[in-house]
Design a binder for this molecule. Structure first.
Ligand code: GDP
Length: 443
């Protein structure tokens, strides 16, 4: 995915770079190439236009044009706007507490990968300690029922079906009862699919939605179908009020435009992506990682980081203010870590701070980038309240955060422990000059 987009954007930025200061006309030419790259990647026309307007308003502003390296600033702007375009994403499945049944309704056109995704989701839930029940609510296609049974057997997850019934509402009701009997706590409904959106399908799904009141409604779309995927997401969302989109087949040569556009067109976030036919190929969708990947060619990301340094200075001032009020959250912690990574030699000084040294040591590993992303994945899987007060995270939340971030629960523990060690230092240092800070560190 994104190969052509990466290449075209790389070429667009190359024409902007190396020119030092840019005239407004040069900048406009470069931005046109950026827009063209997006359209060629199958980003919808309206989305590309609106996106470019936001980028241009900033890029053509005096602050950028007069800066030393305007082209680098533009890459930073494109990165940030891509992140804003695809996010924010709340990966939580909003599962109820233990002993209660959560119903996840999965919809999608035939062939989108809906049934496979039901299995993949069941697998993730099982891994995170939940007890899922797969339910065949596609009653028109006996083959779909068989397919779900095969998946259930592979995953050792129970499957409920009723081949005698023609009524998905009744089947769903009976399935919830069955879940209670089995002690299952998440019901995954594999609803009917059709080759095309038609009234009968929508009416049936609407009836299941209104009569069974599922807790979450997800749409599975095929990323290979590009704008069709986005259009069908729009139609489904108008009928059903989706809680999230899951885009499949992003492992293939999908151009990626659908993944970039779907949130802007529908207002519904892309929560997960299917990256292969195997049952473990389901990943949370992270806008920052995607934007990083899109711009990840050559040294573009380091330019993004440079462009962000200015932003960091504002951020440092904001942090200082917050710290002096005694507030330090995991979000601040993450930003600090990201900055430290960029500090280079200054890291040695920071390394003298107790707690930090251990973290920095870890980050000297070859995969410092990956470690930081992992930290970020964990922190982003927490609620805002938890980020401010990690003490709120109990056993079951820890497991869910870990599964949201694709890590083991002990990694969440580690992070919270490190945070607990650092937070008092950070707030104590607030408002003190560098000399005082060094004294504190030495003491
Ligand atoms: P349904 O008709 O929507 O239930 O679709 P299926 O679950 O039967 O999937 C249709 C085809 O897409 C099957 O061959 C799946 O193996 C394949 N598939 C599903 N998800 C993915 C994915 O993320 N990547 C790839 N490459 N294939 C997928």
């Amino acid at each position: 995915m994104f190969d052509a987009l990466q290449e075209n954007l790389g070429a667009a930025f190359k024409t902007l770079r190396g020119q030092g200061k840019l005239s407004e006309a040069n900048m406009r030419d470069g931005l046109k190439l950026v827009e063209k790259s997006l359209l060629e990647a199958d980003v919808s026309y309206e989305v590309a236009r609106a996106f470019m307007k936001r980028v241009s308003d900033q890029a053509l502003g005096e602050k950028v044009l007069q800066s030393l390296r305007p082209s680098e600033q533009v890459i930073g702007i494109v990165y940030q706007e891509l992140v804003n375009l695809m996010g924010p994403v709340d990966h939580s499945l909003h599962l109820k507490g233990k002993g209660e049944v959560t119903v996840l309704m999965m919809c999608g056109l035939q062939g989108s990968g809906k049934t496979t995704t039901c299995g993949k989701l069941g697998r993730l839930l099982k891994q995170s300690g939940r007890k899922p029940l797969l339910v065949a609510a596609d009653l028109q296609r006996p083959a779909a029922i068989d397919q779900l049974h095969v998946l259930g057997e592979q995953l050792d997850i129970p499957v409920y079906s009723d081949r005698t019934s023609q009524d998905p509402v009744k089947v769903t009701g009976a399935a919830v009862e069955q879940a209670k009997r089995l002690g299952a706590d998440v019901v995954i409904l594999d609803t009917a699919g059709r080759l095309h959106i038609d009234n009968e399908l929508m009416d049936q799904l609407k009836r299941v939605d209104s009569r069974c009141s599922p807790d979450q409604v997800y749409l599975v779309v095929d990323g290979m179908t590009g704008q069709d995927a986005v259009n069908s997401a729009k139609a489904f969302n108008e009928a059903l009020e989706l809680d999230g989109v899951i885009m499949t087949k992003l492992d293939g040569d999908a151009r990626g435009g659908a993944a970039i556009s779907v949130k802007e067109v529908t207002g519904v976030p892309l929560k997960f992506m299917g990256t292969g036919e195997h049952l473990e190929n389901l990943e949370p969708f992270h806008p920052e990682r995607m934007a990083g990947r899109i711009l990840g060619q050559g040294d573009m990301m380091s330019l993004v980081e440079k462009a962000q340094q200015e932003f960091d200075q504002d951020e440092a001032r904001r942090l200082e203010e917050q710290l002096s009020k005694g507030e330090f959250s995991l979000d601040d912690f993450l930003k600090q870590m990201q900055q430290i990574k960029r500090l280079g030699p200054l890291r040695k000084v920071m390394g003298m701070i107790p707690g930090m040294s251990q973290l920095l040591g870890d980050m000297d590993d070859v995969d410092a980038e990956g470690d930081l992303r992992r930290l970020q994945g964990i922190i982003h899987s927490m609620t805002p309240a938890e980020r401010r007060k990690p003490k709120l995270i109990d056993h079951s939340r820890r497991r869910r955060i870990a599964s949201g971030a694709g890590v083991e629960p002990h990694a969440v523990n580690e992070l919270v422990k490190q945070f607990d060690a650092i937070a008092p230092m950070m707030t104590a240092m607030a408002g003190k000059g560098m000399g005082d800070r060094m004294k504190m560190v030495k003491e």
